[in-house]
Design a protein around this ligand. Structure first.
Ligand SMILES: [Zn+2]
Length: 394
């Protein structure tokens, strides 16, 4: 017992000192071997710096196994703003030792915060969501690839139940894909051992479609054209030649949203000699811009293989005491039902049961007749169903 007591305190002290930046990762070989040169504490300091920018907000998408926050940075201009905006998602450092993926993301963010016309334009056109440290426990434990449960969360997407980190990220993807500004480009940032040149993991048409594989070639070629000496052509690394795997985040995007989302893994060079992160970030930004210009969001919404019948929003307020408002938008005329269920799945009340036309609907619900607790509201149309949670606190 005594031994355990001291061990816990030592760990807590170390985490505390790192968070204060008294022990800086780069100055301490013990810590460096534990976090591959950039710790969770380093990230907290950096998040504070980014947060000082008017273009940045910082939120949490959930927590890791050891309850570290999974931070998400939102980078956009909300004043000079296109409508709709194009959404770009980036998650970084699934594999803790692939630190180069973070340095690329770091440059990507820094360039987006510049005051030059290109960065201004990108902030106006796009919303960038970036999770800079998707596996903070692995980073702090010094694991090369795993989370605190020693699971590789990169390939955990077809497991039931999924680990907490992919569970949080998947929920975020679902929420954004159901919003009126769905993700257009999703980049999964890694670094490979023998990764010279840098490359994207290309998904062969056998695992996707002819149309999508051509879009991938266009995207990868577009990015590469801005850094042709550093980033390899689309066929540098070809995967999914014998079908569609189910375990990756890109598998989830492909199965649920097809060609609507350009979801790719990027592999930087996993070596101290890698460098040129600014050139890579610059190429990524210009490639993203070109792709989004060629594939306008309005056209995508019209031509989608997965047309959405509606979008259901989170009720407001939530949690609530007596009354809340449920908001949804219909994109096609349909028979609609909106019902409330308790956490045992028993029907409490049906709020809507009618034929409704295209438009936005606000439905109020008064919970006077039911006790505190978690409830579900479900929207059904003739082609789709969605259920969301809400909490009554009396
Ligand atoms: Zn990796």
């Amino acid at each position: 017992m005594k031994k355990k007591y001291f061990r816990i305190n030592y760990t807590a002290l170390l985490v505390f000192l790192i968070s204060l930046n008294i022990i800086h990762s780069k100055d301490n070989s013990l810590v460096e071997s534990n976090n591959w040169g950039y710790s969770y504490g380093d990230l907290l300091v950096q998040l504070d710096e980014w947060n000082a920018s008017p273009w940045v907000t910082i939120d949490s998408i959930g927590a890791s196994v050891q309850n570290r926050t999974l931070w998400e940075l939102t980078l956009t201009d909300t004043i000079q703003s296109d409508d709709p905006k194009q959404t770009v998602y980036m998650h970084v450092r699934t594999h803790p030792n692939e630190i180069q993926s973070f340095w690329v993301a770091n440059e990507f963010i820094n360039q987006l915060l510049l005051d030059d016309p290109f960065s201004q334009e990108m902030r106006k056109k796009c919303t960038f969501y970036i999770v800079p440290m998707y596996n903070p426990d692995g980073v702090e434990l010094g694991y090369p690839r795993q989370n605190a449960n020693e699971i590789d969360i990169e390939s955990n997407w077809s497991t039931e139940p999924m680990e907490p980190e992919p569970t949080a990220l998947k929920q975020r993807f679902i929420d954004l894909m159901n919003s009126d500004q769905p993700i257009r480009i999703a980049l999964n940032m890694h670094a490979a051992y023998n990764g010279n040149p840098r490359y994207f993991v290309y998904h062969h048409e056998n695992g996707t479609s002819v149309e999508y594989s051509q879009l991938e070639q266009e995207f990868i070629g577009g990015v590469g054209s801005y850094y042709s000496t550093g980033i390899g052509p689309w066929d540098t690394f070809v995967s999914w030649t014998s079908g569609t795997p189910s375990q990756y985040p890109e598998s989830w995007f492909w199965s649920n949203h097809g060609a609507d989302v350009m979801a790719l893994t990027y592999e930087d060079w996993n070596s101290d000699d890698a460098g040129n992160y600014d050139s890579t970030a610059n190429a990524l930004l210009h490639g993203i811009n070109e792709y989004l210009m060629n594939h306008n969001i309005s056209t995508i919404l019209e031509e989608s293989q997965f047309p959405k019948a509606f979008s259901l929003k989170t009720n407001y307020p939530n949690p609530f005491n007596s009354t809340t408002t449920i908001r949804y938008a219909l994109y096609e005329k349909s028979m609609v039902s909106l019902s409330i269920f308790n956490s045992n799945g028993q029907l409490i009340e049906t709020l809507v049961n009618a034929n409704q036309g295209i438009g936005e609907y606000l439905i109020q619900w008064n919970s006077a007749q039911v006790p505190s607790g978690i409830y579900l509201y479900q929207l059904n149309t003739s082609t789709s169903t969605e259920t969301r949670k809400m909490t009554i606190l009396k």
